[in-house]
Design a protein around this ligand. Structure first.
Ligand SMILES: [Zn+2]
Length: 291
């Protein structure tokens, strides 16, 4: 039976010296395809919660790309792939999201914005985002994505167009963007809060480097879609390429994500660690990382 987490569970995670802390109100699932284990660390007040991390299509029980990034009093939804709005409600009240940042128009990164906007316009989010003195749902997106949405002209969705090299303040975080190597217009994101930095590659081929977002990246959430046998086949990265790039950029910590459901997590992380020269973490649904 699913039920709320009543008490914090603490323990060391993977020898990193961090703590597992259960999050009150985040539903705990039984084991199975919909399991959303609460793992990771909450030690700094800056967290990255993985809602979904399947690459290109959701595997059984999985979800596309979507992450909640929190720092200070601000929570940002970074990408909103299919299946992530359901999991956002397991994280907490979607009304707490200050803004949605969509990196590109590929469906596995944004289509649950439609569910969020429906909830905000007609469901329980109406009071927060639409009615009376509510504030609209702010959505940052690259040019052209808005036109794909059913809610492109909805009064309660405040669309704001992103461009490379843009610098924004979103609540307590500063956001910077850079164009990646992905065919369709795609923006990597660098978030900063009180001297800490988190970079997210979005999707990219190997011609882009996180160095373009700065030389001070503490935590790097990087796509690694497959293993090295597929290098050059698509504008994505292998585990080896992600590790090599992260090492050259001198990032503090590498978390790989966006793995195709058909690719071995163990093989992918193994080659990423070999290239990075240090341990590499892998995103999984429900994982919480500090940054
Ligand atoms: Zn993509």
């Amino acid at each position: 039976m699913a039920g709320d987490v009543d008490a914090a569970q603490e323990g060391d995670v993977g020898g990193h010296g961090r703590k597992i802390i259960g999050i009150p109100g985040l539903r705990q699932y039984p084991e199975g395809v919909n399991a959303l284990p609460i793992v990771g660390a909450v030690t700094t007040g800056r967290t990255l919660t993985v809602l979904g991390c399947d690459g290109s299509w959701p595997g059984p029980g999985g979800a596309g790309s979507g992450y909640v990034v929190e720092a200070g009093s601000t929570a940002i939804l970074l990408d909103a792939g299919s299946g992530t709005f359901s999991r956002l409600q397991d994280w907490g009240d979607p009304g707490r999201i200050a803004a949605v940042v969509l990196t590109h128009a590929h469906p596995d990164h944004w289509t649950d914005l439609e569910a969020f906007a429906t909830w905000a316009g007609f469901g329980p989010g109406r009071e927060r985002f639409r009615a009376g003195n509510g504030h609209p749902l702010i959505v940052f997106a690259p040019p052209g994505l808005r036109e794909w949405s059913h809610y492109s002209s909805a009064g309660w969705v405040d669309w704001r167009e992103l461009a490379p090299s843009m610098v924004l303040t979103i609540g307590s975080m500063e956001a910077r963007f850079g164009a990646t190597d992905h065919g369709t217009p795609t923006l990597a994101v660098r978030l900063a809060h009180e001297g800490a930095t988190l970079a997210y590659s979005a999707d990219s081929g190997p011609s882009w480097s996180v160095e373009e977002l700065g030389s001070d990246i503490g935590t790097f959430l990087c796509e690694a879609t497959y293993t090295q046998e597929c290098e050059g086949s698509f504008l994505h990265l292998s585990g080896r390429e992600a590790g090599t790039m992260a090492r050259a950029a001198g990032v503090g910590r590498l978390i790989v994500t966006h793995r195709w459901p058909t690719v071995s997590a163990e093989d992918l992380r193994g080659e990423a660690e070999l290239a990075f020269g240090r341990s590499v973490e892998q995103a999984s649904p429900g994982a919480v990382f500090d940054w």
